[in-house]
Design a protein around this ligand. Sequence first.
Ligand code: 2HA
Ligand code: ZN
Length: 269
Amino acid sequence: MKSILDSRPELAYEVAQVAEVAGYLWQKGWAERNGGNITVNVTHCIDDEIRQMAAISEPIAMGQKLPHLQGCYFFCKGTNKRMRDLARWPMENGSIIRITEDCEHYEIIADNPVKPTSELPAHLAMHNYLLGKGVECKAALHTHPIELVAMSHAEKFLEKDVLTYLLWSMIPETKAFCPRGLGVVRYELPGSQILADATIAQLDEYDVTLWEKHGVCAVGPNIMEAFDQVDVLNKSAQIYISAKNMGFEPDGMTREQMQEMTEAFGLPK
Ligand code: 2HA
Ligand code: ZN
């Protein structure tokens, strides 16, 4: 079948990166059934021929005006599609959408009329917010990492920055590779505008936000880096839980060790 990716190596590369990450999410057990979603801003790969392409769907309302997304293009996982299928057949389980001139609608342009993810309001609101601030974050990822979600069921871990400091102290690399820590959004209905608004409120401080009793939402310059931040945080959660399973509360790195590492790596305080 003809694909928009044919003879467009840059666009094909972006989609291949999404497919690779989708496979990791499935292998990690973070993507049961249709769980999780990915959107990537691919506007930098779009040529004049694509700009002229007719839409293959009606314009679909986004439910909000997102002015910084005017004329942008996104690759989106399809709603109700499985990550494990996205890994193998990305263009059958996702689609490329164009934001229309009024910034209130999108239309699907290729390859198939696959309707985007149910968390599109949160994803597009995040892309809009970051573009408005001039932050170079092209990818947004939502997934259900087991240990982080488990920890979100305890009230004591949901206080601001409690989990950030606990997870940073489990292994030095966590702060090095997730230097802005982990924000927290209290439980809201999946796919809702309230969840989207609460998530963008975290973006000034954090790249990764924990959705209570649900999952995480991460942004990054590309999909691999968004995935890496969640992977690093969840690894720390696994170390914490392993220690608890052995019957003790892990000591964590000391304040002095954290301080030494923060200075050596030139990280924010
Ligand atoms: O896409 O994970 O939160 C399915 C979900 C919704
Ligand atoms: Zn979810």
